[in-house]
Design a protein around this ligand. Structure first.
Ligand code: MG
Length: 301
């Protein structure tokens, strides 16, 4: 018997002695001592569920037990009422906002940077109104240029800028979420642990990060990657098949998420695992199979 098991059984044993005279149930006392397994909160992006309009998509999601909705950030300020009304009375909340801003934060051109600043702030304000956990952003894609060079000064600049953005997001009851990509898409941020270190060094509780199972190709372990960010910084997760970014399960044995899920369970991850993927087969079939696969792997983890 290891120390933890011994302590648990000792606590239950002590409880049984204590409750014997009061007549309370021993089962209740032991059940209270055991921590419940964290819940898997699944989310879909707007394009994931079939349906002719937002309400049809949300009906479909509700029937599947999907509890998160991740809209894109483009035009979000004009969609606040539409989204609020569509979610009213449902067991679905906004999980995160996926980008949608213009420009980029590491732009050399001041005009492009100013465009980022104003459009990103509009999205953050709208995200707060609809109760989103945060707004996802990438510091720079490979195709975005001219971009600040990959130097120590640029990292310091990014941390300063993220601090300002994070503080702005906190005022709007939301956060900004850095998303690491893979080297084919972004040279700058490619590891969950690197994103988490930028969160830490930005010195704002409004700066968070996420992991995307599709992009996490340079993290050598999903488990270690999520734990490196931990509950303090990990605010969102994207999921897709791991070979071709289609529906989880469509790439067969490659689509193993158990290690990552184990980390999420160990850290009591309270946020969402959100579908960001295409689809090769018939959507309704692959989607149903994907949700079943993910739920089974979560149980297994
Ligand atoms: Mg993603």
């Amino acid at each position: 018997m290891n120390r933890r098991k011994f302590l648990t059984s000792s606590i239950c044993g002590a409880a049984s002695v204590a409750v014997a005279s009061s007549g309370a149930s021993l089962f209740t006392s032991c059940a209270e001592a055991k921590k419940p397994a964290p819940e898997l909160r699944l989310s879909f992006q707007e394009g994931t569920a079939p349906g002719k309009n937002l309400n049809e998509k949300l009906d479909y999601m509700e029937n599947m037990g999907i509890v998160g909705f991740e809209p894109g950030g483009w035009n979000l300020a004009n969609r606040v009422d539409e989204i609020k009304n569509a979610l009213a009375g449902r067991n679905i909340k906004v999980s995160a906002i996926c980008a949608g801003f213009k420009g980029f934060i590491l732009a050399e051109d001041p005009q492009v940077k100013a465009e980022f600043d104003s459009t990103m702030r509009d999205i953050i304000a709208a995200a707060g109104e609809i109760g989103s956990t945060g707004v996802i952003m990438v510091p720079a894609f490979n195709w975005q240029s001219p971009c600040k060079p990959h130097t120590l000064e640029t990292r310091e600049y990014l941390c300063e800028q993220m601090h300002e953005l994070g503080e702005y997001a906190l005022k709007h009851n939301t956060t900004v979420i850095l998303e690491p990509l893979n080297r084919r898409e972004a040279h700058y941020l490619r590891l969950v642990s690197d994103a988490a270190a930028i969160c830490r060094d930005s010195k704002s509780a409004g700066v968070k990060c996420m992991g995307d199972f599709w992009h996490m190709q340079e993290d050598t372990s999903d488990y270690a990657a999520f734990l490196s960010a931990g509950k303090e910084y990990l605010q969102h997760v994207h999921i897709a098949s791991r070979g071709n970014r289609i529906m989880p399960g469509e790439d067969g044995e490659l689509d193993n998420y158990v290690g990552g899920f184990r980390a999420l369970k160990e850290m009591d991850y309270p946020y969402y695992v959100s579908f960001e993927c295409g689809c090769k087969g018939e959507r309704e079939q692959t989607l149903k199979a994907a949700v079943e696969l993910i739920r089974a792997q979560w149980e297994q983890a």
